[in-house]
Ligand binder design. Structure first.
Ligand code: CA
Ligand code: CA
Length: 116
């Protein structure tokens, strides 16, 4: 009986660790400033996506596109798209576009991977 309990407990611990690992993989705490589509690169398609969201053509149901596109932190508007275009044209980068930043409400570290 003790052996069975030990096996069940070990299985539960393993399943819990796997669930924690899945959560850490699923929840992303950082993004690249200006990377509206969250593909890891700031490109002209990010400007297009930001403009589409602003125009109501594309939905931003979670509000994360607006967070990633809001490069100046003053609210999401057309100036953000313009600033990303200026960055892509190598005019200036006063808002640190292309740098890794943490989503609001997250700590600066990601959850550790816990192998089973
Ligand atoms: Ca992108
Ligand atoms: Ca803004």
């Amino acid at each position: 009986m003790k052996r069975l309990l030990c096996v069940i407990c070990a299985a539960l611990i393993c399943v819990s660790a796997m669930a924690a690992a899945d959560i850490s993989a699923a929840v992303k705490s950082t993004y690249i400033r200006g990377d509206s589509d969250d593909n890891g690169k700031v490109e002209i398609s990010d400007v297009t996506l930001a403009q589409q969201v602003l125009a109501g053509i594309e939905k931003d149901s979670g509000g994360l596109i607006a967070v990633r596109a809001n490069v100046d932190g003053k609210g999401f508007n057309i100036d953000d798209a313009t600033n990303v275009q200026r960055y892509l044209a190598q005019f200036d980068n006063i808002y640190s576009i292309g740098e890794k930043v943490t989503y609001p409400g997250y700590d600066e570290y990601e959850l550790p991977f816990i192998p089973c």
